[in-house]
Design a protein around this ligand. Structure first.
Ligand SMILES: Cc1cc2nc3c(=O)[nH]c(=O)nc-3n(C[C@H](O)[C@H](O)[C@H](O)COP(=O)(O)OP(=O)(O)OC[C@H]3O[C@@H](n4cnc5c(N)ncnc54)[C@H](O)[C@@H]3O)c2cc1C
Length: 376
């Protein structure tokens, strides 16, 4: 089976790895040279958690992802996954807290309910609001995305995947049961095509997605404190007003990393950004908005802004994933739009896409992510 993969970021690199290791002849293309800082997979850390507030249907997928990340760590002899525990914080009826609890109960996941006093005792850097509670899940942590993508690509190449960096796919067409793909360098044919171009997906397959510009920030605590250390401080998602959330990581040496999830200081988040003309600088208003949240919830991190980076979410209208076979062309799979929460699943999604291409079936249910759900 010959498979062309367009896009070698989180999803495409994982697909290339699983397909090549299972004997497919893989040719992968990327418009840049992943891991890079121009798409959706940079910034040194991505949260992985299992009490999944977005929907309990993600839990089996994240369990498989944990297994696959651990296997990749072993294979590559690279630490990719750091277990810190995860704190989902907000009022009891917030989507983050109620949703995490629903997933934990449905799937019988280890978790603890924490009062504000419990939280401040366990995680002294965190200052929750009086009306908040925490759902703590001990197995959560973070992945190092650049190392994970590099490992998938390295071992895909070792399994004879041909990886063409800085060679964007500019068009594709069905060619009988297969595909013909045109890049800036030439034309290639294959039995199957995987579209994993992330925020650029609409250039190759029009989908009802919008691109959301996101900023991540690293703040250095003015006074060095072990309260943010890996091993003490958890990964956190905090819904501070309904539908508005910030997230944060321990300080692994670069400062305390924080960001906003589907939340912005001013502009409406649903104004779609252009991935080719993304504003890459960070405004003073954005920094001030983030700093105010840091000052409230992580006051000891309210020091110098040491770094910031701009990244993109590719949002489906319902903020879930689109992983499906093309409605007209069964030889084409689309695996990228992941609405700002897909990285943790990449190791499982790559495997499931390989399953579908090589066996016509998947071991886990991908039906919640079908395109048809968005038709109405
Ligand atoms: C700030 C931020 C924080 C996030 N936090 C989390 C988190 O904590 N946990 C989590 O699970 N998820 C998180 N996410 C979401 C997650 O990172 C993304 O869902 C995931 O990385 C997307 O992977 P991808 O493969 O779709 O995109 P990418 O990794 O961007 O890959 C797409 C690739 O396609 C290439 N490409 C584009 N066009 C073409 C073309 N025409 N031809 C060839 N190649 C092309 C690009 O160069 C790129 O390398 C976050 C995202 C952002 C932006």
């Amino acid at each position: 089976m010959d498979v062309i993969i367009a896009g070698l970021g989180a999803m495409g690199s994982a697909g290339a790895f699983h397909l090549a290791r299972r004997g497919a002849r893989v040719i992968g293309f990327d418009r840049f040279a992943p891991p890079h800082t121009l798409g959706s997979s940079h910034g040194k850390s991505r949260i992985i958690r299992e009490a999944y507030f977005e929907d309990p249907c993600y839990v089996p997928l994240v369990h498989r992802a944990f297994e696959n990340w651990t296997a990749l760590e072993r294979l590559s002899d690279t630490p990719l996954l750091v277990r810190t525990g995860g704190l989902m914080l907000g009022p009891p009826d917030s989507a983050v807290v109620a949703g995490a609890l629903a997933s934990a109960e449905r799937h019988d996941l280890p978790h603890e309910l924490l009062s504000p006093a419990d939280i401040m005792r366990r995680f002294p850097a965190v200052r929750p609001m009086a009306d908040m509670i925490g759902v703590f899940e001990p197995r959560a942590g973070y992945l190092v995305p650049e190392l994970a993508i590099a490992a998938h690509l390295e071992f895909a190449a070792r399994a004879r995947a041909e990886l063409h960096m800085n060679e964007p796919v500019i068009a594709w067409a069905a060619d009988g049961d297969g595909v013909e793909v045109t890049t800036t360098q030439g034309r290639y044919t294959a039995d199957r095509l995987v579209l994993a171009t992330g925020a650029w997906v609409n250039e190759l397959m029009p989908l009802p997605v919008q691109i959301e510009r996101n900023v991540i920030y690293w703040f250095r605590p003015p006074t060095p404190t072990p309260q943010f250390d890996v091993g003490t401080h958890p990964v956190i998602i905090c819904e501070y007003t309904p539908g508005h959330a910030w997230y944060g990581f321990p300080d692994s040496g670069d400062g305390v990393k924080v960001g906003l999830h589907h939340d912005h200081p001013s502009a409406a988040r649903r104004v779609s950004a252009d991935p080719n003309a993304l504003r890459r600088d960070v405004g003073d208003d954005e920094i001030a908005y983030m700093r105010a949240l840091v000052r409230t919830f992580l006051p000891r991190a309210d020091g110098e802004l040491v770094d910031a980076a701009v990244c993109m979410y590719t949002n489906a209208p319902d903020d879930h994933f689109i992983i499906d076979t093309h409605p007209q062309y069964p030889q084409v799979e689309v695996v990228s739009p992941c609405s700002g929460h897909g990285f943790k699943f990449a190791s499982a999604i790559g495997e499931l896409v390989a399953d579908r291409i090589l066996t016509g079936r998947t071991t886990l249910d991908l039906s919640p992510f079908r395109l048809a759900r968005l038709a109405s």
